[in-house]
Design a protein around this ligand. Structure first.
Ligand SMILES: [Zn+2]
Length: 387
């Protein structure tokens, strides 16, 4: 009698937990990915006309972490395919997040309890993703691949040819989205260098050594020690160079940025960041770092979230873009929104014309804006994607 009772009680607890999680996951998503202003977003007709001509390329988006179907339109979170294309986005980098330590802070994030297992359990991801960061990355790649299989409006960009095909098809199909896979933090390797090749084979083309905390590859800008590359990290960077993976220095410690730039002649990217000059923060780039990245032909994606820009509107993002352009040239400036990256942003993806308006206010020319919001990223990918 006691045994079935125990099973029943355990079952009830499990059911309650599952019920909690099914309800909780969308609530967490809704709470962590908010906008300051709800749509619709109004801009002058002339701005709307200019924005319509653009192919917006965005260097950072964390949509794949969430339970939202990427192909369906939602009234919460920041992005999905319908809202991205409505905002003029023609090329989106989707990053896989695989570890978020509890107690994270810009002042110093340690190895707190990883929050991702709770989220992936709540979203019914396969069991193998509950314990393996590498499997979480593979799963997110599969999710994007499935969306691309279901819709001819998403094209996965793995090679230069994929990119050219996408750009050509977009002439007749302006609501087509080119999607590039990135990894945010190479704890996603689970400590095994061979997993880097597996991630490349799964379609990943951009990787950042670290994310919120120091890992086995190197130091994070918000880690506790903020050290340089480890021995394993140096092998990882060598392998990324050999496999033509675009190295993303967002979230890297000062030491990692310096060491990576010294190790490789290849173009690098800082996918989503702010700059110290307009918003001092350990997470943001100093002028010396901006110069070093630009000297190597790199592109810097400026974010939309307040802790990157020290403002709550597109004007703050435009100000940081103006600083980078004045310092090293407009050809090094791009957008790295961090949409759906557990940040509050001024607007969802449909509000991107507000950024075009803010760039015009900053005195950028139409051709500057074309470069900043798309052209520079396309040039970077043309030069770095595998043949
Ligand atoms: Zn990030």
């Amino acid at each position: 009698m006691t045994k079935p009772m125990a099973i029943t009680a355990a079952g009830a607890v499990a059911l309650a937990a599952l019920g909690y999680f099914f309800v909780a996951a969308p609530i967490v998503d809704r709470r962590l990915n908010q906008v300051a202003e709800q749509p619709p977003y109004d801009v002058a007709d002339s701005v709307a006309a200019l924005h319509e001509e653009l192919l917006v390329a965005d260097l950072h988006n964390d949509l794949l972490l969430w339970g939202r179907d990427p192909l369906e339109r939602h009234d919460y979170g920041h992005t999905d395919l319908p809202r991205l294309v409505a905002g003029g986005v023609g090329l989106q980098v989707f990053a896989a997040v695989t570890d978020v330590p509890s107690g994270r802070s810009y002042a110093g994030t340690g190895d707190g309890v990883d929050q991702i297992p709770f989220l992936v359990a709540a979203q019914r991801w396969p069991l193998r993703t509950w314990t393996s960061r590498f499997q979480r990355a593979l799963y997110q790649a599969r999710k994007l691949q499935q969306a691309a299989n279901q819709s001819d409006r998403i094209g996965l960009l793995r090679t230069q040819r994929d990119l050219e095909t996408h750009l050509m098809r977009r002439v007749d199909q302006p609501d087509r989205l080119g999607a590039l896979l990135a990894v945010e933090g190479l704890h996603a390797l689970d400590g095994d260098l061979a997993n880097l090749d597996r991630l490349v084979d799964a379609g990943y083309r951009m990787m950042s050594p670290t994310h919120l905390h120091d890992n086995a590859v190197g130091g994070s800008s918000t880690g506790l020690r903020k050290g340089g590359l480890t021995d394993f990290g140096r092998r990882v960077v060598e392998r990324m160079t050999e496999r033509r993976v675009l190295i993303d220095l967002a979230h890297a410690s000062d030491a990692v940025i310096e060491e990576v730039l010294a190790m490789t002649d290849r173009l690098v990217v800082v996918s989503h960041t702010g700059v110290d000059a307009t918003c001092p923060s350990p997470r943001n780039l100093s002028d010396a770092q901006i110069r070093a990245v630009a000297a190597q032909g790199g592109v810097i994606g400026i974010g939309l979230w307040p802790r990157a820009t020290c403002g709550e509107t597109a004007a703050a993002t435009a100000r940081a873009m103006r600083h980078v352009a004045d310092l090293v040239g407009v050809e090094h400036v791009a957008l790295g929104s961090d949409f759906d990256g557990t940040v509050d942003v001024p607007f969802d993806a449909t509000g991107l014309p507000l950024l075009t308006a803010a760039l015009l206010e900053e005195g950028f020319s139409r051709s500057d804006i074309r470069q900043i919001l798309g052209g520079n990223v396309i040039r970077l990918l043309r030069q770095t994607l595998p043949v």
